[in-house]
Ligand binder design. Structure first.
Ligand code: NDP
Length: 337
């Protein structure tokens, strides 16, 4: 069983060498009936920014740190080989919290969903049909309560979550602008995902002025994926009674915070800024599936993935999230069936 382990807790930016590949013995079959244990073969693994937090020694976060010397854990799509849990049986396809290894024993009482519809690409269950899709749905509709005609700004807009927020905003009749870190990504935002405007934030000397250019009348909804200097530039551009969905702050995950100066606008513009953790909303998963599946099948929504082959490619793929190497949802193929 090939595995990617965390060598030791990480400080600063993660490196590929923090996640070596090792080989261990194969897991035995025949799990005791009535247990929560499910043996799976991993097919697709998801690389997600929150995983960086789990590489640091626990600071009392909502999720435990990884254990140095043990396999990295992450969301993925897998095939059940054996199950002690009544709800899962051999041959089922599932998505949930698994290990960065060829075969894993999953605890079915953690995040584990049976895949009911496999006429779409299975890798979608790491993205649009999985955690990032739910994140875009909850963070946009539940947290921001968008109204037709509102002005929406999305940062890290071409990524796993952002590309969906932009498309949801268009479906809701909003005006939406996104930012991303390369020309290729900006082209995708405008030409593939249907954002009204998009810009490369790395080419802007003055982000606050750039936002003023795209939103001369201000922003009603900011979908926050980045934090730091981006948040600072957004705050003075918010309209009265604007809403900020604090989804993530990836610019801060590997550094000691670089101080946001403009928080006073929250008071003077009577803004509402609300954070959320998607795993608190999984009870809404079937409602989300009812909305999203027809949109995919009717071609009304599209989803771009950045797929790399082989478990050994996973560390570089995860590290790449923090330099913007990924174009769309970062997926690792361990096996196709
Ligand atoms: P992405 O697929 O968007 O990948 C990360 C992207 O972030 C990179 O491609 C890069 O794009 C951008 N980025 C990286 N470093 C920086 C930086 N220093 N400054 C600005 N942009 C940067 O990731 P996801 O869509 O999966 O996640 C987006 C956000 O949502 C993250 O903050 C994540 O933590 C958060 N999240 C929160 C959840 C929740 O429950 N609250 C659940 C899931 C995700 P670019 O080239 O444009 O710079």
């Amino acid at each position: 069983n090939k595995q990617i382990i965390l060598k030791d807790y990480v400080n600063g930016f993660p490196k590929e060498s923090d996640m070596p590949l090792i080989t261990s013995s194969i897991i035995r079959l025949n799990l005791p009936e009535g247990s929560n244990a499910v043996l799976v073969k991993n097919l697709y693994l998801s690389c997600d920014p929150y995983m960086r937090g789990r590489m640091s020694k626990s600071k009392g976060s909502y999720i435990d740190s990884f254990t140095p010397g043990s396999p990295i854990q992450g969301l993925g799509v897998a095939k059940v080989l054996d199950s002690g849990h009544l709800n899962f049986k051999k041959g089922d396809l599932v998505w949930g919290m698994t290990g960065w290894e060829e075969y894993s024993i999953i605890n079915a009482s953690e995040i584990l969903f049976k895949i009911q519809d496999s006429d779409v690409s299975l890798s979608y269950y790491t993205g649009i049909l999985g955690m990032p899709g739910m994140t875009a749905y909850v963070g946009f509709y539940e947290i921001c309560a968008p109204k037709k005609g509102e002005y929406v700004y999305v940062s890290a807009a071409s990524g796993a979550v952002g590309q969906l927020v932009g498309q949801f905003a268009k479906l809701s009749g909003c005006y939406v602008v996104g930012s991303a870190g390369t020309k290729e990504k900006v082209d995708l935002l405008k030409n593939k995902f249907g954002f009204d405007e998009a810009f490369n934030y790395k080419e802007e000397q003055d982000l606050e002025a750039a936002l003023k250019r795209y939103f001369p009348n201000g922003i009603d909804i900011y979908f926050e994926n980045v934090g730091g200097k981006m948040l600072d530039a957004v705050l003075p551009n918010m309209r009265f009674n604007g809403r900020i969905s604090a989804c993530g702050m990836i610019s801060q995950y590997n550094v000691q915070g670089d101080g946001v100066r403009n928080l006073g606008h929250i008071v003077t513009k009577t803004l509402r800024m609300q954070g959320f953790i998607v795993s608190h909303y999984y009870h809404m998963y079937s409602k989300y599936m009812e909305m999203i599946m027809p949109l995919i099948k009717q071609g009304k929504i599209c989803y771009i993935e950045d797929i790399v082959e082989g478990l050994e490619s996973a560390p570089a793929a995860l590290v790449g999230l923090f330099s913007g190497r990924n174009v769309g949802k970062q997926v690792v193929v361990v096996a196709r069936d």
